[in-house]
Ligand binder design. Structure first.
Ligand SMILES: Cc1ncc(COP(=O)(O)O)c(C=O)c1O
Length: 328
C-alpha cells in the first residue's frame, strides 16, 4: 500500500471512531463523570495515541509498505498498533513482559506473525529496561524497523490534546478536576494542556501505582499492567500537573470491585486505581460539589483472571479474599 493510501486508510479509521461516551456516576460528595475510553474500537485509550503516531510516521515517510513496526508495550498500545498495522498491511512485532493479560497475549499471537516476550526483570524489579533492550536488539537485526517509542513520542501528546481533549471540551461546560492515570505520560500531557487551556481554574491530578518511579518513588515489583513506569518518561515535561496521588495495588483491586458493585462499571486496573485516588482525595471534602472527570482507560475483561479473581488477589497480596471480592 502506498503512503497516500495508508493515510487515507488511517483517516477512514479515525472518522469511524465514535466519540467515547461520558457517564455520570452517583457520588456523595462530587459530581463524578467517567469517560469510557474502553469504547474505542480496540478497547482502550491507546487507540488515540497509536492512530496518531502511525499517521504522523506515515506522513514523515518513516513507515512505508516494507516497514516492520517494533514496540514495547504492557498490552493496550500493542493491541491498538496490531489492529491498525493489519489494516495497513504492515508487520508489527510487540515486545511484551510477563505482566501482560492472558487475553491480550492470546489476541496478539493471533494477529502478529511474531511476538516477543521478555522474562527477566531489570534492576528496578520491573521489565521496562529489558523490553527496551529487546526492541534495540530487533532494530539491529531487522531491516526497515520503525520504533514508535511511545515513552518519548510527542505525537501521543498531540493525540490526546486533539482527540481525547477535544471531546472532553465539547462534552462539558466546565470541569474542576480531572484525574488521569500515568505511564508513558502521553494522556496526562495532552489532556492537561487542553483542559487547562479551556478552563484555567481546573486542577489536574496525576494518579500512579505504588512501586512506580514516575513521581519520585522507589521502583519495585508491580503486578497489574497499565499504570506506572520504572523511569520518569520525557513526556512528563509536557504535562501540567497540580497534584499527585499514589495508590497501592491492593487499593486498585478494591477500586475496581467498588466500581463494579456500585456503578456496574467493569473496568481495568488503571480505572480502579484512579477511582480509588478520587475517593481518597475527596474523603474529607465538604461544601459545593466540584465537577470531577476521570477516564476508564480499558475494560475489566482482560483482568478476569487477576483483579477479578479472588484466588489471584489472595495469592498476590497474601491474604484471604475479602468479603467484598467474593462474587455476590
Ligand atoms: C489501561 C491503561 N491506563 C492508563 C495508561 C496510561 O496512559 P499513558 O501511557 O498515556 O500515561 C495506560 C498505558 O499503557 C494503560 O494501558
Amino acid at each position: 500500500m502506498s503512503g497516500p493510501d495508508m493515510l487515507r486508510r488511517l483517516e477512514a479509521i479515525r472518522r469511524s471512531m465514535p466519540e467515547t461516551p461520558v457517564v455520570k456516576l452517583a457520588d456523595d460528595t462530587v459530581d463524578l463523570y467517567a469517560k469510557l475510553e474502553f469504547s474505542n474500537p480496540n478497547g482502550s485509550s491507546k487507540d488515540r495515541s497509536a492512530l496518531w503516531i502511525l499517521k504522523r510516521a506515515v506522513e514523515r515517510g518513516d513507515v512505508t509498505e516494507g516497514s516492520t513496526i517494533v514496540e514495547s508495550s504492557s498490552g493496550n498500545f500493542a493491541i491498538s498498533l496490531a489492529s491498525f498495522c493489519r489494516s495497513l498491511g504492515v508487520d508489527f512485532i510487540p515486545v511484551l513482559d510477563p505482566n501482560v493479560n492472558a487475553s491480550t497475549e492470546a489476541y496478539l499471537r493471533q494477529v502478529c506473525r511474531r511476538v516477543e516476550k521478555v522474562t527477566e526483570r531489570d534492576a528496578s524489579g520491573g521489565f521496562l529496561s529489558t523490553r527496551l533492550a529487546r526492541v534495540q536488539q530487533l532494530r539491529g537485526e531487522l531491516p526497515d524497523v520503525y520504533w514508535p517509542n511511545q515513552y518519548a513520542n510527542t505525537d501521543a501528546v498531540l493525540a490526546h490534546y486533539r482527540l481525547t481533549g477535544g471531546e472532553v471540551c465539547r462534552a462539558f461546560r466546565s470541569i474542576d478536576y480531572v484525574f488521569i492515570g500515568t505511564s508513558t505520560g502521553g494522556t496526562i500531557a495532552g489532556l492537561s494542556q487542553r483542559v487547562k487551556e479551556t478552563w484555567p481554574h481546573a486542577r489536574v491530578v496525576g494518579v500512579d501505582a505504588e512501586g512506580s518511579a514516575i513521581f519520585g518513588g522507589t521502583p519495585r515489583t508491580r503486578h497489574i499492567p497499565g499504570l506506572g513506569s520504572s523511569i520518569t518518561p520525557p513526556l512528563f515535561d509536557h504535562a501540567l500537573i497540580d497534584d499527585v496521588v499514589i495508590v497501592p495495588e491492593r487499593d486498585t483491586v478494591r477500586g475496581c470491585h467498588e466500581l463494579l458493585r456500585r456503578h456496574g462499571l467493569y473496568a481495568g486496573g488503571s480505572t480502579g486505581t484512579v477511582y480509588a485516588a478520587i475517593n481518597r482525595y475527596f474523603a474529607d471534602h465538604a461544601g459545593p460539589r466540584p465537577t470531577v472527570l476521570f477516564l476508564c482507560a480499558d475494560r475489566g475483561t482482560g483482568y478476569a483472571d487477576t483483579i477479578y479473581n479472588p484466588r489471584w488477589v489472595a495469592e498476590v497480596f497474601e491474604e484471604e479474599p475479602a468479603a467484598d471480592m467474593v462474587p455476590a
